[in-house]
Structure formats: structure tokens, C-alpha cells
Design a protein around this ligand. Structure first.
Ligand code: F58
Length: 831
């Protein structure tokens, strides 16, 4: 059809503010049409889904901005303390349904668009998934941002606006390949560029000392400066009461072009400085396999820490004459050690730039910072070579030495002398052939509170990595068990379940998840069970469609969906699951007539690009899938799927379709886990080890409603000390021996029979992650899962108990605890 020019333009009858803020079907429809015409520049007849998405997002954004400005005003005039959540990762995913849900506009918008012949759920799928994070740590930051807005905690998230988020995973012949994910290529309707908010960030150069009033003053003369430019994204909380800001920094070269060089014909060289400067915000987590990669990572850390501190100091000084009351006005939370250099930068700002006395500056710094630890794995604890620090941040290195010297002097004065203790609490590590700065120790010393992310993890922090520091400062370490935002992980991801919950429990459950507990009374109700089962079956059918589209594999929505979704890592033990899958496959083939509980095993997750074993595990999953899925004897009983390119949006589809949640890390290694919470909330039963937050999930859902197996953290530690051999374990388990032999000899890799030889031998020789030690117990637990599945009434009873009992894992509860115990800020009372 041909469209009359102008015919698609929005009705002039609509008053302007109605187009901006009106929430009726007509107002929203008019608003989207106006955006399509005037912001996107398209007529309806030519508009693609992407154009409609942009127009819709911009119309929704207008409605967010109102509350944003109100919140800004209230915070500014109220003189309330602000929270600054500093994180190198914000795994926010798609944002349209966050805004619609929290503003209560989803249904109205759906109706408004349908009047234009546009399907909101189709638009949902064209929004790029902002993958500005690797996994749990980044997603936690995103959930926290939403909960801080919900609880009206005045907060800024500070991070980096990576041009390329986490890579897009393509699986070719079973092998992972990485492709760049340019989420910004079609524009980002949620952000506001703030080119006027820009700070100079220095690198390199030298330090000069001069005397001021008889005392030395230090001045850093960087040899290079990069500009940090702000981009703001509003984060709207539940029911739209409060809106906070996620401020992400983009790197910009001071001078975009060396015009002299360009005019002399050196077109590429003329831009070299710019390329180097702007590399800082090019990619999330540059590979640290090379020195250049490590250096870039440290540049990212300092870049965003320094920009954020300049920003918050400027905000403070707009209101107060000096920085002496900074700690009363600002709480800065360090999301892991990645922003820990901020401790040193704040000292530099206070002492070198604002002339504050060292001791006062240190007191303020400590009172301002809190530090969250997310891992105890030694290989994941950040340390930086002193020579690199000295070259890149010479003044910071001096400050670190002084902080360390004063810290160790104070301990000596208090009577500490043990060399091992002094070595462990020193910020500088000797050895490995070179000195390194331990960022965890720096963050600990520079903070008034240090927290772990589950009860077990916090205990292990006290016993292992921070044992000596904890003995000296026993009040600093505290626990803050992670949580998830129920708006995204229940209401947006699983509208069918949400509708049932509202029906049974009343609308109040949307505001206060403690109402979920009442569901337990109905756990045995056959009618409720039937409704939930039907809703889950629909979710499984939808996921089945995605599986078929992406992999060509057909799955049966009536089979048990057994799900392991997370980064691929040996400590998370996807290979334990695969070995069990093979054992089950063998068992079914041996006795195909038995009444096996039909299962679909779904794996999804990305491996770090340079992590060879993790990539081999992906290949093994695909190899096992091919053999199992092609075998007619197990047809209808077992399917194996590796679903490529796991991300937040895919998680939103998988989680509501899960029956069984695999949380099978080596005990003591998974700090908390948060996928475990999302899956349990959506009614999946957990099979898991006593690790991370699984322990607390078990305490809440009850032993009958969870499948626990394997060594405890203590037993794992004892095993590691004893050095028990895996060969013996394998020899004692005929089932495991058979599986190991099959993998090792190439049963699943007939095209390359040596493919898994070394991998199998590594399990036989070291098995650091105790896959073999836990195998038999895991297999037995899986057979208990089968037995329960065969009793569907009992299964659904347990499923309901999971949903009913995990309300505590709301990130609103977690943020409430941070606000009370670490930040000392009030939160908005529940409705
Ligand atoms: C995760 N850490 C923990 N790190 O593994 C998980 O148990 C916990 O639930 C979660 O944090 C939230 O507390 C995590 O995701 C990373 O992604 C690192 C980021 C920096 C590069 C190496 C991975």
C-alpha cells in the first residue's frame, strides 16, 4: 500500500504533555507514532521492527524521565547520602520490559501497539542484549541497580560503556567461536550522552615533590591523558517511585587527529593516539593472555575509578565547602577488586589535590568504601606487577607503599611480629620473581566493611584468604547473601507463573515476596499443581521452539527439562554432568524397556576465549549430544542439547521452562550462585552440592525438596590435603570406569579418537575439581530425581515448595542489608 505523506503522522489533537506522560492506550499509541515520525524519521509503511522498537522505547523513556527528574530533585534538595556502586560490569540485558513492567504499562502498550498492527512481543526480541558483563558478578550489579531504585536508595552505578560487550558465541562443528557483539550499532534508545560531563584521566609520566609550609607536596605529571565522557541510563524501580542513574564512561582522545601528520599523508599514524586512548572502552574484559592485554585491563580499571571519583567529588563540592564530610554523603561499594585502585585515587585527590592531612584522608577513605568479594579461587584474585603500576600510575604506587608501610607499622606497634602473618597482610607480595600489588588486601585495608556473597563463602573468607586480616580486624567481614530481582526473573520472565501467584496469593505478592510463603499451604492441591504444570508446559514448548530453531533438535515438552546454564568452567563441573549423562545413556541402552524418566539435558554457557579445557567441554557436550540424539534405542528417553550464545535474554526463556536446576560446583568454589535462586523461584528443583547459596536454599526449601550430594567444602579441603588418587576412585566405580574409558578412547569422537585422551588423563591424574570423587553420589542423586519425577504429584508438591520458600532471595532483601549494615542509608518502606 502507498502511504500518503503525512497520513502516518501522529494526531495533532493530542496535547504535547499527553504524548510525553499520558498512560492511556491512546496516549501511548500517539506517543509511539510521534516518536516514529519525529525521532526515528520513518513513516509507518516503511517502519521495520527495529524502527518500531526504537519508537516504542523512546516513548517509554519519556515516561521514565519524569520520575528521574523528580528523584534527582528530591535527592539533591534532601541532602541524603548517595550510594555509588562501582563495577566494571553491568550485565543489564534488554531494558524495555524492565521499564514497562515497573511502570505498569506492559498491557497498555501491548494494546496501543496492536492497534497499529505491531506486536510488542516481537519488538522485545529485536532489542539488543546489553552484555556488559561476564556472568554472575555483572548480573548481580544489574539486579542491585534495580533494587536500589525500587527501595529509593539514591544511587549511581558507575562503569564502562563498552562498545563491544561479551562476545557472541557461535558453535561450529561443536567448537565455540567468538564474534564481536556490537550492541550499539543501531543506536541505544535508553542512554543520554553527556558530552559536557567529561574528565581528564592521566596515565604514566612522573611525580615532582616540592615543599609547602615545610611539608612535602607531591604533584603527578602524567605523560598521557584520556577523556572520560559520561553516558547516563535511567534505572526505574518497581512501580516507578524512584529512578536512579547508571553512568557509564566512554573513552575519548583529547585530540582526535594529529592534523600535521594527516596533512603529510600519514593518515593512519595521525590517528594512532586516538586509537590507543579509545581502546579503553572498546571491549569488555580484554584477554589477559598477553602483557598488552593486562595493561589494557589495568587502564580500564583506573580510567573508570578515576572518572567516577572526580564526578562524585565535584558533586560533593557543589554543595559543601570541602571534603571533610564526604563519608556522610557518599558510600562507595567496590564490586570485587576491579575498582580497588579507587581507594588510592581518593587518597591522592584528598591529600595531593585538596591538601588534606594524610590521617584525615585515610579515615574518610575507609569510612567511604565497602568491598564485596566474589571469589576465593587463587587464580582469580587480582594482583598487579609493581613495575607496571610504577610505569602507569607512578604516584599511586608511592601512595600504596605508604599505605602499606603505615599499616604494617601500626601492626608491629600493636605487637604483631609473625613473619607469615606480616607477609599475608601486606599489600605487596614478594615472590613469583617479582613484586605484585594484591588488590584484595588493598581493598580490605581501605574499606570499613568487607562482605562475602553467601554464608558459606563469607565463612571461608574468614578462614582462608582473609584469615590473618580477619583476626586483626574481626568486625570488618560480614555476609550479604546475594539476591535477584523478582521483577525481571519472575514477573517479566514468567508472566504465566506470576498470574497464578497473583490469583492465589493476591496482588500484594508483587510488592512483598514474603507472601509467597502462603503458597506452601497449597502445595498438595491437585488443581494448583495442574495449573502450574500447564503453565510450565507452555514455557517448555516455547523453549522447545527456540531449541529447534537454533540447533535443529526436537525436544518433548513433557520430558523433564534438566538445565545447566552458567559460564563454562571446570569448578562449575559441566563435565560431571556430561559424565553422568553418558552413564545414564549406557544404562538406558542396557535396559531400554525400563520406565526411564524422559529427560532433556540442556547446557548453555560461554567459555573464556583462551580457556582451552572449557572449550573442550563445550565440544564434548556437542559430541555427546550427537551420539545420544542419533541413537534410536534412547529415543523418547534422553536428549542432549547445547544451546549456543547464552545471555540474559536466553536465560529469561530457559529459566521458566526448567524442571531441574544443576548447581553442582565443587564445594567451596562457587561463592554464591544466583542462577540457583532464579531457577528455584521458577519452580525448578535443585540438584546440587553444599556450595555457595545452595546451602541457604536447602535450609529454606527443606531437605525433602532439594537433591543434595557430594563432598562438603571441608571434605574437599581434606581431600586436597590428602592427595587421594582419582585412579583408585575410578577403579572402585565400574560405572565411572566405563564412562571414562568411552570418553578417553573416542566413542564420542570417532572422527578424532584422541580428542579427549589428555582431558580424561588429567581427571585420572589430578582431578583438582573432584569430579571423579563426587561421581557416584551424583549419579545416585540423579536416580532419586528420576524416582520423584515418576510421582508427578510429589514432584509438583516439591516444586511449589521451592517457589514458596525462596522469597528471601529477593535482591530487595540483600540491598536492605547493605543499606543498613554497610552504607548507613535509609530504604523506602514496603507498600
Ligand atoms: C560470581 N563471580 C561468582 N566473576 O562466581 C558467583 O558465585 C556469584 O554468585 C556471583 O559472582 C555474584 O556474587 C563472577 O561472576 C566474574 O565474572 C569475573 C569477572 C572478572 C573476570 C573474571 C570473571
Amino acid at each position: 500500500t502507498t502511504q500518503q505523506p503525512g497520513a502516518a503522522l501522529p494526531a495533532a489533537a493530542q496535547p504535547d504533555d499527553d504524548l510525553r506522560t499520558g498512560n492511556s492506550v491512546e496516549a501511548l499509541r500517539g506517543a509511539v507514532m510521534a516518536k516514529l515520525a519525529y525521532a526515528v524519521g520513518k513513516v509507518q509503511a516503511d517502519a521495520s521492527d527495529r524502527d518500531w522498537f526504537l519508537a516504542t522505547a523512546l516513548a517509554v523513556r519519556d515516561r521514565v524521565v519524569q520520575g528521574w527528574q523528580r528523584s534527582y530533585h528530591t535527592t539533591n534538595t534532601g541532602g541524603t547520602k548517595r550510594v555509588y556502586y562501582m563495577s566494571l560490569e553491568f550485565l543489564i540485558g534488554r531494558l524495555m520490559f524492565d521499564a514497562l513492567t515497573n511502570l505498569g504499562l506492559t498491557d497498555t502498550m501491548r494494546e496501543a501497539l496492536s492497534g497499529l498492527g505491531v506486536d510488542l512481543d516481537k519488538l522485545r526480541e529485536v532489542e539488543p542484549d546489553a552484555a556488559l558483563g561476564n556472568g554472575g558478578l555483572g548480573r548481580l550489579a544489574a539486579c542491585f541497580m534495580e533494587s536500589m531504585a525500587t527501595l529509593a536508595v539514591p544511587a549511581y552505578g558507575y562503569g564502562i560503556r563498552y562498545e563491544n560487550g561479551l562476545f557472541r558465541q557461535v558453535v561450529k562443528d561443536g567448537w565455540q567461536q567468538e564474534y564481536p557483539e556490537n550492541w550499539l550499532s543501531f543506536g541505544n534508545p535508553w542512554e543520554f550522552a553527556r558530552p559536557e560531563i567529561a574528565y581528564d584521566i592521566g596515565f604514566g609520566g612522573h611525580v615532582e615533590t616540592h615543599q609547602v609550609d615545610g611539608a612535602p607536596r607531591y604533584e603527578w605529571f602524567p605523560s598521557e591523558t584520556v577523556e572520560a565522557v559520561a553516558y547516563d541510563t535511567p534505572v526505574v524501580g518497581w512501580r516507578g517511585h524512584h529512578v536512579n542513574t547508571l553512568r557509564l564512561w566512554s573513552a575519548r582522545a583529547g585530540d582526535p587527529l594529529r592534523l600535521d601528520a594527516f596533512n603529510e599523508g600519514d593518515h593512519v599514524g595521525a590517528m594512532a593516539d586516538r586509537v590507543k586512548a579509545e581502546a579503553i572502552s572498546k571491549v569488555l574484559y580484554p584477554s589477559d593472555a598477553t602483557p598488552a592485554g593486562q595493561e589494557l585491563r589495568l587502564r580500564q580499571e583506573y580510567f573508570f575509578a578515576a572518572a567516577s571519583l572526580q564526578d562524585l567529588v565535584r558533586r560533593h563540592l557543589k554543595k559543601y565547602p570541602d571534603l571533610s564530610n564526604l563519608a556522610d554523603q557518599a558510600a562507595i561499594q567496590l564490586n570485587d577488586t576491579h575498582p580497588a585502585i579507587a581507594v588510592v585515587e581518593l587518597m591522592r585527590l584528598l591529600v595531593d589535590l585538596h591538601g588534606m592531612a594524610w590521617d584525615d584522608a585515610w579515615r574518610i577513605t575507609q569510612a567511604t568504601f565497602g568491598y564485596t568479594n566474589h571469589t576465593l579461587l587463587p587464580e582469580a584474585l587480582e594482583t598487579w606487577p609493581v613495575p607496571l603500576m610504577e610505569r602507569m600510575l607512578p604516584r599511586h604506587m608511592q601512595i600504596i607503599y605508604l599505605v602499606n608501610a603505615l599499616h604494617l607499622d601500626k601492626l608491629r606497634a600493636e605487637g604483631h611480629s609473625d613473619v607469615d602473618v606480616m607477609r599475608s597482610v601486606s599489600i605487596i607480595a614478594e615472590g613469583w620473581g617479582q613484586q605484585r600489588v594484591k588488590m584484595g588486601t588493598l581493598a580490605f585495608i581501605g574499606s570499613h566493611r568487607i562482605n562475602g556473597v553467601s554464608a558459606l563463602h563469607t565463612d571461608l573468607m574468614r578462614q582462608t584468604v582473609f584469615r590473618d586480616l580477619n583476626a586483626i580486624y574481626p568486625d570488618r567481614i560480614n555476609n550479604k547473601t546475594n539476591g535477584i530481582t523478582f521483577r525481571r526473573w519472575l514477573m517479566e520472565a514468567n508472566p504465566a507463573l506470576t498470574a497464578i501467584l497473583v490469583d492465589v496469593l493476591g496482588k500484594a505478592v508483587l510488592d512483598d515476596p514474603s507472601h509467597l510463603e502462603k503458597l506452601a499451604q497449597h502445595a498438595g492441591d491437585p488443581a494448583l499443581q495442574a495449573r502450574l504444570k500447564a503453565a510450565k508446559r507452555d514455557n517448555k514448548a516455547t523453549l522447545g521452539g527456540i531449541i529447534a530453531a537454533r540447533t535443529g533438535i526436537q525436544v518433548d515438552p513433557d520430558a523433564m527439562f534438566d538445565i545447566q546454564i552458567k559460564r563454562i568452567h571446570e569448578y562449575k563441573r559441566q563435565h560431571l554432568n556430561l559424565l553422568e549423562t553418558i552413564a545414564l545413556y549406557n544404562a538406558i541402552r542396557a535396559e531400554p524397556w525400563r520406565d526411564w524418566a524422559p529427560r532433556v539435558k540442556v547446557f548453555a554457557g560461554k567459555a573464556a576465549a583462551s580457556y582451552h579445557t572449557a572449550k573442550l567441554i563445550i565440544k564434548l557436550a556437542n559430541d555427546v549430544a550427537r551420539v545420544v540424539n542419533d541413537d534410536p534405542t534412547v529415543r523418547g528417553k534422553l536428549k542432549v542439547v547445547f544451546l549456543p550464545n547464552y545471555n540474559v535474554s536466553l536465560a529469561e526463556r530457559i529459566i521458566p521452562a526448567a524442571d531441574l536446576s544443576e548447581q553442582i560446583s565443587t564445594a567451596g568454589m562457587e561463592a554464591s550462585g544466583t542462577g540457583n535462586m532464579k531457577l528455584a523461584l521458577n519452580g525448578a528443583l535443585t540438584i546440587g552440592t553444599l556450595d555457595g547459596a545452595n546451602v541457604e536454599i536447602k535450609e529454606r526449601v527443606g531437605d525433602d525438596n532439594i537433591f543434595i550430594f557430594g563432598l562438603t567444602a571441608e571434605e574437599v579441603a581434606a581431600r586436597h590435603r590428602s592427595g587421594l588418587s582419582a585412579r583408585e576412585t575410578i577403579a572402585n566405580s565400574p560405572r565411572l570406569a566405563e564412562v571414562m574409558e568411552a570418553v578417553s578412547s573416542g566413542v564420542f569422537s570417532p572422527d578424532d579418537t584422541d580428542r579427549y585422551r589428555d582431558f580424561a588423563n588429567a581427571l585420572r591424574d589430578h582431578d583438582h575439581f573432584l569430579v571423579t570423587a563426587d561421581f557416584d553420589d551424583y549419579y545416585a542423586a540423579q536416580r532419586r530425581v528420576d524416582a520423584l519425577w515418576r510421582d508427578q504429584a510429589a514432584w509438583w508438591r516439591a516444586s511449589i515448595m521451592n517457589t514458596a520458600r525462596v522469597g528471601w532471595f529477593s535482591s530487595d532483601r540483600t540491598i536492605g542489608e547493605y543499606a543498613r549494615d554497610i552504607w548507613d542509608v535509609p530504604v523506602r518502606a514496603a507498600e
